[in-house]
Design a protein around this ligand. Structure first.
Ligand code: CAA
Length: 257
């Protein structure tokens, strides 16, 4: 049983994971990151989980790396930090991951939110990379993912000043896709999760993979990757079912093959 997370069994294909370190505003201790990586790997293996929603508390999604732990790590400790591996495991989750963010998403908390494929934020959410105030820089992908998500000027401003942006600004710059009342953030994320969970699993999986590739490769290579995935799906039972259901004017029954 994880000590720093609450993992609910999937409902209608959607599993809800809640970060639970209220005493530290869900600061990302090594234990928490390891438990989260483990929970996602379990979700990866379970066919009944189609989508994962990740959330924190109303006050904080996560207030970043655990600064008390960080204070005890020197250069060698940082070089050999087991957290790096946990972050890689989290990034490797192949099913859709939706972040439902309320309150603070700072430092590693903002970086964790950016590991999600879709971000839904409560009106009071605040996204920031305050590492510069500690004499460091973001260390869990913040410089790379933030720039890709919001563009150079906004990313530079956030990383160099350390100042957070609110949910409205986060939506304006494309970090967040929807804003809700804080009490509805998780429900809205679950609703989007259920919508995705009802789609053809192979198409969902390849759509995520191909969209993520778009951030890393040039247009010609990306179009080639998209084409290969598109052709691959033409051989699936779910594609035939989708086309047949359209003609027969009924909802499709996808089986994941
Ligand atoms: N690590 C460890 N403990 C933390 C924490 C963190 N990142 N953030 C908050 N806490 C703890 C506080 O120490 C406090 O515990 P105590 O009562 O035992 O002292 C408790 O959570 C509540 O926090 P505050 O009293 O500070 O709450 P607040 O409402 O006054 O302020 C806040 C909230 C603005 C988020 C403030 O807590 C804060 O600035 N936290 C640090 C944010 C930060 O700098 N994050 C970046 C970390 S670096 C990083 O993440 C590197 C990376 O890229 C991997």
């Amino acid at each position: 049983m994880p000590r720093t997370l609450n993992v609910l069994p999937p409902e209608k294909g959607v599993c809800l994971i809640t970060l639970q370190r209220p005493e530290a505003l869900n600061a990302l201790s090594t234990e928490l990151l390891g438990e989260l990586a483990q929970a996602l790997e379990t979700a990866e293996r379970e066919p009944e989980v189609r989508v994962v929603v990740l959330t924190g508390s109303r006050k904080a999604f996560a207030a970043g790396a655990d600064l008390k732990e960080m204070a005890e790590r020197d250069l060698i400790g940082t070089l050999e930090d087991p957290r790096v591996r946990h972050w890689q495991r989290i990034a490797g989750f192949s099913k859709p991951l939706i972040a439902a963010v309320n309150g603070f998403a700072l430092g590693g908390g903002c970086e964790l939110a950016m590991h999600a494929d879709i971000l839904i934020a409560g009106r009071d959410a605040r996204f920031g990379q305050p590492e510069i105030d500690l004499g460091i820089i973001p260390g869990a992908g913040g410089t790379q993912r933030l720039l890709r998500a919001v563009g150079k000027s906004q990313a530079m401003q956030m990383v160099l000043t350390g100042e957070a942006i609110d949910a409205r600004q986060a939506q304006r710059v494309g970090l967040v896709s929807e804003i809700t009342q804080p009490e509805l953030t998780v429900e809205r994320a679950l609703e989007i999760g259920r919508l995705i969970a009802a789609k053809a699993p192979l198409a969902v999986r390849l759509a995520k993979e191909v969209l993520l590739k778009a951030q890393d490769v040039d247009l010609a290579s990306g179009l080639n990757i998209e084409r290969q995935a598109f052709v691959m799906l033409a051989g699936t039972a779910d594609r035939n079912e989708g086309l047949r259901a359209f003609q027969e004017k009924r909802p499709p029954r996808f089986v994941g093959r």
